[in-house]
Design a protein. Structure first.
Length: 323
């Protein structure tokens, strides 16, 4: 679809959350189609995880975003989908790849939302494809478990914080989940949640830099539990690490199902977003160093530095292979 002014920031770049929402919608469509392709219990595919997503190039107002999705692996109860986004300048015909993402879905029964139905198998062109897919499946399953175990943090407001500290830029957004946010099963679309997460992360980055900022990448987004219609969700973001030209922001979503009084508030989603600061000409700017004050902030900074160096090493290895 064509990108409109309400899809973009004041600099004319389309919000990362808009692209993430389109990616998730494509994945949900193809997964739901596949899971209902054989006789069996009707179901809807629910997003469980998004692997690292790099924003290779910005999409601008007036360009057309083309989203394509392909199922690359199926286990008994999950579907792996790879999605590519390409932008097209319809005035010049120029095209460029802007995003690549891998998503994991699980099919939930329309009759019983707590029941995960079986996924029809796909045919692989090569035996190696199935083996590689199974390896990716095991890796993401382990990572989701580890992430859920460390999800206990809560962000509290800080009175009169100093500039460039964690407390100075941290932000939260509260949203009441309505019918338009939900799937046929009455649970929030993964794309809606990711769009809200990107908005909060963008506010954190802009507060820290006081400049135009854009999404550079998103580390794995893990959907730990479903969010029901009528819940109040709190999306919280805080700066965890800064390099010379990038910022890592931790974002998590807590759900408060006050319609269902028997359930306490719980952690539903978590992820790390990376942003870069841009000048008015669209060139990268230096990022102010994050000032850490507490032991927890220093620990999170070192963990973020480790993720940054690991990603940097992977990219260098990929460039060497391509050469």
């Amino acid at each position: 679809r064509i990108m409109r002014p309400d899809d973009a920031n004041f600099a004319g770049n389309v919000h990362g959350g808009i692209i993430l929402k389109m990616i998730e919608e494509a994945g949900a469509i193809i997964s739901t189609r596949h899971c209902n392709s054989q006789d069996g219990e009707p179901c809807v595919a629910a997003l469980a995880r998004v692997e690292r997503t790099d924003f290779l190039s910005p999409v601008c107002i007036g360009e057309v975003a083309n989203v394509s999705a392909e199922i690359t692996y199926t286990s008994r109860h999950s579907v792996e989908v790879q999605v590519n986004v390409m932008s097209e300048n319809i005035l010049t015909g120029a095209k460029k790849v802007t995003n690549k993402a891998t998503l994991w879905y699980v099919p939930l029964s329309l009759k019983n939302v707590n029941k995960v139905v079986e996924v029809p198998p796909i045919q692989y062109a090569r035996k190696e494809q199935e083996e590689e897919g199974k390896k990716r499946y095991e890796e993401q399953k382990l990572d989701r478990l580890e992430t859920k175990q460390r999800n206990g943090d809560v962000i509290f407001p800080i009175i009169n914080p100093e500039p460039h500290t964690v407390g100075y830029s941290q932000s939260s957004l509260i949203h009441l989940v309505g019918p338009s946010d939900c799937t046929l099963l009455g649970f929030v679309h993964g794309g809606v949640t990711m769009k809200l997460m990107d908005e909060v992360a963008g506010i954190v980055a802009a507060r820290h830099c006081k400049t135009n900022i854009v999404t550079a990448s998103v580390d794995a987004i893990n959907f730990h539990e479903k969010i029901k219609k009528g819940s109040v969700i709190t999306i919280s973001g805080r700066m965890t690490f800064t390099s010379n030209k990038s910022m890592e922001i931790e974002v998590f979503v807590d759900a408060d199902p006050f319609v269902d009084e028997a359930r306490e508030r719980y952690r539903a989603v978590s992820a790390f977003f990376t942003y870069v600061s841009l000048s008015k000409e669209g060139k990268p700017l230096p990022v102010p160093q994050l000032l850490t004050e507490t032991e927890d902030e220093k620990r999170r900074f070192e963990e973020g530095k480790g993720r940054y160096l690991q990603t940097k090493a992977k990219r260098q290895a990929q460039l060497q292979q391509a050469a």
